[in-house]
Design a protein around this ligand. Structure first.
Ligand code: AR6
Length: 173
């Protein structure tokens, strides 16, 4: 099993790529997006301006600039509107497209934040189930191994992931 959960600031993780929970402008925002732009530095915004935004459920890749991570994969999660507006499929698409983009760039260590579970209001347990299920499905068909870390910002979120990952110990990437 190469799925891990840990509690950390995702901008500090020594992985090859981190995923950003962005908005469709890709020009920065609050939450983890703001933290990533602050830590990566202004060159990130310059590259993002060239990308022409990103649709909900899609993903785009940039360099990591001042981050330990070589790449940042920016994905736009759905805003939670009660769960009947296609949110689960869109969130699954975020994870799947991010994983495919990572694999296409030879990434072997990848960290995800809880996409949509902050400002966008997606319930953490439901989102974590999708994150894990999509990642497991991806790994079962991937041609190359990948370590996937679910980076939680709170102890509560970490407990949810650990329960869903069947109590596995959090591991450093
Ligand atoms: N490291 C890891 N996780 C973090 C960090 C961090 N440094 N900071 C926050 N989180 P959010 P969303 C967690 O709101 O819900 C932005 O303005 C946070 O606790 O960042 O997808 C974008 O520009 C939560 O668990 O993203 C969009 O407009 C998770 O990251 C909008 O927010 C995601 O919370 C996207 O909202």
């Amino acid at each position: 099993m190469t799925l891990f959960a840990l509690r950390a600031d995702i901008t500090t993780l020594p992985v090859e790529a981190i995923v950003n929970a962005a908005n469709s402008s890709l020009l920065g925002g609050g939450g983890v997006d703001g933290a990533i732009h602050r830590a990566a530095g202004p060159d990130l915004l310059h590259e993002c301006r060239l990308l022409g935004g990103c649709k909900t459920g899609q993903a785009k890749l940039t360099q990591g600039y001042r981050l330990p991570a070589r790449y940042i994969i920016h994905t736009v999660g759905p805003v939670w509107r009660g769960g009947e507006q296609g949110e689960p499929a869109l969130l699954a698409s975020c994870y799947r497209n991010s994983l495919q983009l990572a694999a296409a760039h030879g990434v072997r260590t990848l960290a995800f934040p809880g996409i949509s579970t902050g400002i966008y209001g997606y319930p953490v347990s439901a989102a974590a189930e999708i994150a894990i299920a999509v990642s497991q499905a991806f790994l079962s068909t991937a041609t190359q191994a990948m370590d996937i870390t679910f980076c939680c910002f709170s102890a509560q979120d970490l407990a949810i992931y650990q329960r869903l990952l069947q109590g596995g110990e959090p591991a450093t990437p």
